[in-house]
Write a protein of this length. Structure first.
Length: 201
């Protein structure tokens, strides 16, 4: 089945965060009928996978689940999720991330309408110990139709430098992701930075 958007959630021992993560995702995308979830559990030992199954058991959404037999790392989990995705666009979500519902409606509108971006980024918050910091990816003045959503097309790739951790605040066209060759599985923590550096090279 083809979908507009695949939300890929990668999980490794994130059980305390799962309820908030999936509550935000379900609230944000509940009315989207051309969306799927791919959930990759990277051999968690804290019953994360069982918790996800319990959270989603009554939800009427298209979900693909996969659980690794061995812990292979975040890059492997994201690449595996992408290989199972049927969406035209990919959104990678860590299990301790949350999506703001108001942002999601604007994201879907852009993807469905005339823009057809290769890369769509949006502002985000960093939450640490109860306090939050707003991160404006390209600045408020760059918004589209009064929003804080930013389109990045092929013509802009070479003009951009990687200064932010964009992966959790980006939707990537599947074709662009495949052409890049996925994440380098030799990187334990900076695979996303490496991926964007190659993209913008």
């Amino acid at each position: 089945m083809n979908h507009l958007l695949t939300v890929i959630v990668t999980v490794y021992n994130k059980r305390p965060f799962l309820s908030d993560c999936f509550e935000s995702l379900l609230s944000a995308f509940r009315t989207c009928t051309d969306l799927e979830f791919v959930i990759v559990d990277d051999c968690s030992t804290d019953r994360s996978f069982d918790t996800i199954l319990d959270i989603l058991k009554c939800e009427d959404i298209y979900v693909t689940y996969v659980s690794s037999l061995h812990n292979m790392g975040a890059s492997f989990a994201k690449n595996l999720g992408a290989s199972l995705a049927g969406g035209e666009y990919l959104l990678f979500v860590d299990a301790d991330d949350q999506i703001v519902p108001s942002e999601a409606s604007g994201i879907l509108q852009v993807l469905r309408n005339r823009y057809r971006p290769d890369l769509l980024t949006f502002d985000y918050k960093v939450l640490v110990c109860g306090s939050s910091t707003d991160v404006s990816v390209f600045g408020k003045s760059c918004g589209i139709d009064g929003s804080n959503l930013i389109l990045v097309t092929n013509e802009l790739y070479r003009a951009l430098a990687v200064k932010w951790n964009l992966l959790g605040a980006s939707i990537i066209k599947r074709e662009v992701f495949d052409n890049q060759g996925g994440f380098n599985e030799r990187f334990a923590r900076t695979d996303d930075v490496d991926w964007f550096r190659k993209l913008f090279a």
